[in-house]
Design a protein around this ligand. Structure first.
Ligand code: VGL
Ligand code: ZN
Length: 195
């Protein structure tokens, strides 16, 4: 095993938007979006065993959200609060102690980042977290925005490269470049060494 990045005491996992609507068959499918579930579950088990904090963000839109095409936005309706499409992937492990962060909940505001308009930063600081491990979908939208915000806020950020998937190849590659230039580290889930 190649050991490259340590998962230390002040680490937290952030799982971004692993919801049915973003999976194949959903209303805004990310190609191979479901492939993030298995590597994430392995990391989730390790975090759980060490009682390290875990945050699961979810896109949680009202039915009239401004990002939907009917309101002039870019997307088909997706992740509407309380609908099946907004549920987490059925195979994703969501431990009871994990904290769910709902975002983009207001009709007239878009929020790709898990930090935008949420309690995420306050909760991380309260727990003394310094290092974030981030995976989920979509690399080119919500993962990108969450990673860049985390870096701007002064967290160390490790992007789990086998546990992220993008909407489109070109934009996902561009997003990964931006994240690395912003200071993020890319690591595969099998390169993590747990304390
Ligand atoms: C997302 C598009 C629209 C995401 C959310 O989770 O990456 N993408 N809403
Ligand atoms: Zn959305």
């Amino acid at each position: 095993m190649r050991m490259r990045v340590g998962v230390l005491r002040r680490s937290a996992l952030v799982v971004v938007d692993v919801q049915k609507d973003f999976m194949p068959g959903g209303s805004l499918p990310v190609p191979d979006g479901d492939k993030v579930v298995q590597p994430l579950n392995e990391v989730i088990r390790e975090f759980q065993a060490r009682r390290l904090p875990m945050f699961f963000t979810r896109d949680w839109h009202p039915p009239n959200h401004m990002s939907f095409r009917e309101r002039g936005g870019s997307w088909p309706p997706h992740c509407v609060q309380g609908t099946e499409g907004a549920e987490f992937h059925p195979d994703l492990l969501v431990p009871e102690e994990a904290i769910v962060i709902s975002k983009a909940t207001e009709p007239d505001k878009e929020a790709y980042s898990g930090f935008e308009g949420t309690e995420l930063e306050r909760l991380l600081r309260e727990k003394g977290v310094k290092r974030l491990f981030i995976g989920g979908v979509a690399t080119d939208y919500c993962v990108r925005a969450t990673v860049l915000d985390g870096l701007r806020l002064g967290f160390e950020v490790i992007v789990l490269e086998d546990a992220v998937k993008g909407v489109a190849k070109e934009t996902a590659e561009k997003a990964l470049r931006e994240m690395v230039l912003g200071g993020a580290i890319l690591a595969r889930t099998d390169e993590l060494l747990f304390e």
